[in-house]
Ligand binder design. Structure first.
Ligand SMILES: Nc1ncnc2c1ncn2[C@@H]1O[C@H](COP(=O)(O)OP(=O)(O)OP(=O)(O)O)[C@@H](O)[C@H]1O
Length: 793
């Protein structure tokens, strides 16, 4: 394979003789610039046409209800198209493939076609099958490709061209990792990082491409060490699946789950830059509409809440709210006093439970059985009162007055009256109340006896202490799967609200028809006017709900609906999820079309995974596929050497991915004054900022040091984070503060330290509070040895 490179800022256009399409006098640069300019002109025209169409659509009024709904659907699609065309501005076209048969194509973020030339493709969408050799072709297996060209642009100007001639006879200067487009790849990897993750569409590698384009059906696990591109691959897979299965997936949508909101912010631009806006990005804490997570659990608390046995605790808590009184309950109803005895209540409860419906629906059965009993009681009492008033000798034995006194309709009436009686309702509610998940969980987590009654078989005192709190609505991310579980156990009795809605619609319809009828009789009213009024009334009634639906994308609708099921779910940092989290996710994805992305060596959550099989087998048995990523694109070899020394101490069996590049910059370590760690780390930050220039820098520290450090270190490009917040992120420089404390902080502290060490793209420093590293764990001694072996500051 031979490589040629040209940059118009540093060297003259190469005038590549074989680059198809350009004329003899024209250099490759001139040709590509001309082509790129043509593509951007085309993009501009498409944008203008979409904007015009959208304002035409939004501006038109009236029409039949169906037309109005269609118009709203069209407007939603045009808005999406508009967002897509805006999103692909940067690096619209990034490559070109020349085939051995003499044909050539340009590859970019979206497809563009020439309508005036029988829809000839001008730009091929990277996801199209014909574009695939761009990522897969190698000199050994060229797949009909003669030349692969990477184009780099600044705004709309071509700044660099990298050519690879896929020629077996040529000298192979490539890396033994089998990289495609190596020069372009290294240029991308060496770039300074910013606030947002960049897409990798121009330099996707073959092992990544295979995952991105893997079958949509079934569950695919993508396991890979740090920096192997798992997140990048997962996001590109979302874009690919939407392209490949647009019709099926755009209605049900794709959910991408990430570990926290910092991470979602970080990855938030990748899909728009690929022209896709309809994907719902969320954290676990956001998956219960109406709840905002405002608090966090202790490690012990989240471990307890994440256990599967919480399902039994919740079940018992619900059952404990279905009460049978110890003593008869006296009800002072409006007309009489009635009594509910424990035996009747017990039978009613059994009947309700036997109905097999969730609590709030079974409540109807329970209340119904008791209302029947109360109605009978009232009827019997009424009958005996009447009989008491009838003179003894007033009838013969054949004329039993009770037989005619109350028939079933009368008893029904009594029942209906009792059902409306405040005292009766209160008594029934007391025994079997209606519950929302929020109310029940709020009670349970703030009331020790209540929790003890539900959890006695599952939690000891310390575990209960770990989840109890004082404020019922201080929701944490760990509460969300519990709320979701409760929503299933409780169900929602929407019979009345459905009836009310149906009644309101019937009334509105009757009103509208009445008005139309009056208008029809009014000869003075112009036909046109009558039509308009009729349209409005009808439209309001018939199309309102449909319209609301059509104005929302699948992602927006999904975000507002707890029971929404997605067409595909992508779970990033999946090793962090607990058994309870997985139950919720599986409810959102009944077809199990999922991509599960993570690294079990990086697990830090106390309830997180140590094996994929263990986590997934309850849902898919062994029907999941594993794909592995083996190359580390983020962390330079110098830093990986240090991280692998630490890893070898606690997980010697794990093989680390090969680092794709070296930077020549050795990691460093230093001591900081134990009495003033923040001040000294601040000094280190100032020095390190000079190293990374405008790049990003992170100070990663144990939990208890975060506040003090964050108060002192306040620079726009510097983040002070706990390790768990840095999951999935990367920075040009990283300073790890007090590694020993990070190790000691939790049962999975080693994993945390490993995560912290692998966040950097350029340089790494370690700050030990003085004396801290002399006494401690093997991991820390190994870390110190490894760093010292390289350099010392
Ligand atoms: N093919 C590629 N071309 C260019 N950059 C890439 C490629 N693959 C990965 N990268 C870059 O490598 C870095 C690491 O990628 P990513 O964050 O997706 O890795 P990860 O496996 O999720 O890491 P971790 O598990 O450590 O959080 C990112 O900057 C990403 O853009």
């Amino acid at each position: 394979m031979t490589r040629e490179r040209a940059g118009n800022s540093t060297s003259s256009p190469d005038g590549h003789a074989t680059a198809g399409g350009h004329t003899g006098d024209e250099s490759a640069f001139e040709y590509e610039q001309r082509y790129i300019t043509m593509l951007y002109d085309k993009l501009d025209r498409e944008r203008a046409a979409t904007t015009a169409e959208l304002s035409r659509t939004l501006g038109s009024t009236g029409g039949t209800p169906q037309e109005r709904t269609e118009r709203d659907v069209a407007a939603t699609m045009l808005r999406e198209r508009h967002a897509q065309l805006e999103g692909v501005e940067a690096g619209l076209c990034f490559g070109r493939l020349d085939s051995t048969d003499g044909t050539s194509m340009h590859i970019g973020r979206i497809g563009l076609f020439d309508e005036d030339d029988d829809y000839e493709p001008l730009l091929i969408d990277w996801r199209a099958p014909v574009a695939r050799p761009f990522y897969l072709a190698t000199a050994a297996s060229p797949q009909g490709v003669r030349l692969r060209r990477h184009l780099r642009l600044r705004l709309r100007t071509v700044t660099e061209i990298d050519d690879e001639v896929l020629d077996l006879d040529a000298e192979d200067t490539g890396h033994d990792l089998g990289l495609a487009g190596e020069a372009a790849l290294l240029a991308a990897l060496n770039k300074q990082r910013g606030e947002h993750m960049q897409d990798i569409v121009a330099t996707i590698q073959a092992e990544q491409d295979r995952i991105i384009r893997a079958e949509a059906t079934g569950t695919l696990v993508v396991q890979g060490g740090p920096g192997t591109g798992k997140t990048a691959v997962a996001l590109h897979r979302a874009a690919y699946l939407l392209y490949e299965h647009r019709a099926a997936l755009s209605s049900r949508g794709i959910l991408v789950l990430g570990p926290n909101s910092i991470f979602l912010h970080y990855i938030g631009q990748v899909l728009p830059s690929l022209g896709e806006t309809g994907v719902l990005l969320a954290t676990m804490g956001e998956l219960f509409p109406g709840i905002r997570v405002r608090a966090s659990d202790s490690r012990a608390g989240s471990a307890v809440k994440g256990r599967e046995s919480m399902v039994d605790v919740l079940r018992t808590a619900v059952a404990n709210r279905q009460r049978v009184p110890d003593e008869p309950v006296t009800i002072h109803a409006e007309r009489e006093t009635l009594v509910l005895d424990p035996d009747t209540c017990g039978k009613a409860r059994q009947q309700a439970r036997d109905s097999g419906t969730p609590h709030n629906l079974a409540r109807r059965v329970f209340h119904g059985v008791l209302l029947d009993a109360l109605a009978r009681q009232a009827a019997e009492r009424l009958t005996s009162e009447v009989l008491d008033d009838v003179p003894e000798a007033g009838y013969t034995e054949d004329e039993d007055p009770t037989a005619q006194l109350l028939d079933s309709t009368d008893v029904e009436e009594i029942r209906a009256e009792l059902a409306q009686d405040g005292a009766v309702r209160a008594a029934l509610d007391e025994l079997w109340p209606e519950y929302t998940p929020q109310r029940l969980l709020g009670e349970l987590l703030t009331d020790r006896p209540d929790l003890a009654a539900a959890a006695a078989d599952h939690l000891d005192d310390t575990e209960m202490d770990a989840v109890l709190r004082t404020k019922s609505i201080a929701w944490t991310a760990g509460d969300v799967p519990l709320l979701d579980e409760l929503a299933e156990l409780l169900g929602e009795d929407d019979t009345e609200s459905r009836e009310r809605r149906a009644q309101a619609e019937r009334e509105e319809l009757a009103y509208a028809q009445g008005v139309l009828h009056v208008m029809e009789q009014d000869d003075e009213l112009a036909d046109e006017e009558r039509l308009q009024v009729g349209d409005i009334l009808d439209a309001e009634l018939l199309a309102e709900r449909e319209r609301q639906r059509s104005e929302m994308t699948a992602a927006q609708r999904a975000a507002a609906d707890r029971t929404w099921t997605f067409g595909h779910v992508i779970v990033d940092e999946a090793q962090e999820l607990t058994a309870m989290d997985w139950r919720l996710i599986m409810r959102r994805c009944p077809n199990r079309s999922m991509t599960v992305v993570g690294d079990v060596a990086q697990t830090s959550a106390p309830g997180g995974a140590s094996s994929w099989g263990e986590m997934l087998s309850p849902y898919v048995a062994d029907r999941w596929r594993l794909a592995e990523l083996t190359v580390n694109y983020r962390t330079p070899a110098e830093i990986m050497d240090v991280a692998s020394t630490v890893l070898a101490e606690f997980a010697p069996e794990v093989r680390l991915p090969d680092a794709v590049r070296e930077t020549g910059v050795a990691p460093w370590e230093t001591e900081v004054a134990v009495e003033d760690v923040a001040r000294d780390v601040h000094e280190l930050v100032l020095a390190e900022r000079r190293e990374v220039g405008e790049g990003t820098l992170a100070v990663l520290c144990p939990r208890h040091r975060e506040r003090e450090l964050a108060e002192l270190i306040r620079y726009e490009s510097v983040s002070v984070l706990r390790v768990e917040q840095a999951k999935g992120l990367e920075f040009d420089g990283v300073i790890v503060v007090a590694p020993e404390e990070i190790i000691q902080e939790s049962a999975r502290g080693h994993n945390d330290l490993f995560v912290a060490l692998t966040r950097s793209t350029q340089c790494l420093g370690i700050a030990h509070p003085a004396g801290d590293h002399t006494t401690h764990t093997g991991s820390l001694r190994a870390l110190t040895r490894a760093v010292r072996g390289r350099s010392h500051r």
